[in-house]
Ligand binder design. Structure first.
Ligand SMILES: Cc1ncc(C[n+]2csc(CCOP(=O)(O)OP(=O)(O)O)c2C)c(N)n1
Ligand SMILES: [Mg+2]
Length: 355
């Protein structure tokens, strides 16, 4: 008989509230590791906040904000080794920065410039998937391939609550479970799929319950607690490496920013819950924890924040210094056998744009 580890409904937490809820700690995570997590969170936060400004200034296109989700991204990232693969959605567009990808590359992606198309093998970070959940089967397939080759690497894929309603999620999760592919299925349950609330998305009591349907373990963590995410992801990675297959991790958050720069959530969201989420946002929560345990002080915090700001300043300058791409690219990869009309259409476009 197949034995299934029952899903955990209680949210795992490590960080206390500085009052009645005590702080925990993660085994094996020393001062350096704690600060590495913090640096990554600050870099992501800075990237995100600057990107919203760049969008307002017309310097990048529509942008998917991830403010408040840095704990999920950094926590999961640090549970991986460099040879493990990451499969992001548009919400984790800047995850490559943590692997040394230049900020200009990600900014160029949002500027619609071809230098924003990185080679996944350079960073073990797959291309950003905008079609919901399509990255899940990609991750399952790569992880299965690693297993077939006897390699140690595993894969981690990020997706949202809405993605769990998609066929691609089901196919990827089921395939990974059946093939025991070493993949971490990391669901950012931010309670919204644009304007569709979680309650209209599923009748499951908790998304983590879906794990049981695939016969895989499910872990449920507070997605605003970087240490809880890190610990859960580390456990999931260890299972994958041990040949035990995939793990579903539900990281519970509440979306505290618009879906994207083109969205006005005040038309549908619970503004009180947004307020609460903003007051308890993950970077501040982790800063207070690090201060309580004596690992962070003003000068270090300022240094880490100013380093991140420098990365962004250099990134936007480099992205803007790129010469404009040839307009012919719009047609180049559209069809294997382009119709004759393309030639005329492109010539017309060049005439109109003077490009
Ligand atoms: C296959 C597909 N259908 C619809 C869309 C339009 N769409 C863009 S984002 C989004 C919501 C996704 O919500 P969720 O999976 O919870 O991720 P989140 O945006 O909250 O990170 C939808 C429906 C899409 N990109 N792809
Ligand atoms: Mg969502």
């Amino acid at each position: 008989m197949v034995s299934t580890i029952p899903a955990e409904h209680d949210l795992r937490r490590v960080i206390g509230d500085g009052a009645s809820v005590p702080d925990g700690e993660v085994e094996g995570l020393g001062e350096q590791g704690l600060l590495d997590l913090y640096r990554s969170m600050v870099l992501l936060r800075t990237y995100d906040e600057r990107s919203v400004v760049y969008h307002r200034q017309g310097r990048i296109g529509t942008y998917a904000i991830f403010w408040g989700h840095e704990a999920i991204q950094a926590g999961a990232f640090h549970a991986l080794d460099d040879d493990d693969w990451i499969f992001p959605s548009y919400r984790e567009s800047a995850i490559g920065l943590l692997r040394g990808m230049p900020a200009s590359t990600v900014l160029s992606w949002w500027r619609g410039h071809p230098v924003g198309w990185w080679n996944p093998a350079d960073y073990n970070v797959a291309s950003i998937c905008v079609p919901i959940a399509t990255q899940v089967p990609h991750a399952a397939g790569l992880a299965w391939g690693k297993r077939l080759r006897g390699e140690r690497a595993c894969a981690l894929t990020f997706f949202g609550d809405g993605a769990t309603s998609e066929g691609a999620f089901h196919e990827g999760a089921n395939f990974a479970a059946v093939m025991r592919a070493p993949v971490v299925l990391l669901c950012n349950n931010n309670h919204w799929a644009i304007s569709t609330p979680l309650a209209d998305q599923t009748r499951a009591e908790a998304l983590v319950d879906k794990a049981a349907g695939y016969g895989i373990p499910g872990l449920r963590v507070d997605g605003g607690d970087v240490l809880a995410v890190y610990e859960a992801a580390r456990e999931a990675v260890a299972r994958g490496r041990a040949g035990e297959g995939p793990t579903f991790v539900e990281a519970v958050t509440y979306r505290a920013a618009p879906h994207a720069t083109a969205d006005d959530p005040s038309a549908y969201i619970d503004l009180q819950r947004v307020e609460q989420a903003r007051a308890d946002e993950c970077v501040g929560r982790y800063e207070r924890y690090l201060r309580r345990i004596g690992v962070l002080h003003d000068q270090l915090e300022q240094q880490i924040k100013s380093d991140a700001a420098d990365v962004m300043r250099a990134g936007i300058a480099a992205a803007e210094a790129e010469p404009a791409a040839d307009i012919g690219l719009l047609f180049d990869h559209a069809l294997a056998n382009p119709p004759e009309s393309f030639e005329h259409d492109l010539a017309e476009l060049r005439r109109i744009l003077g490009a």
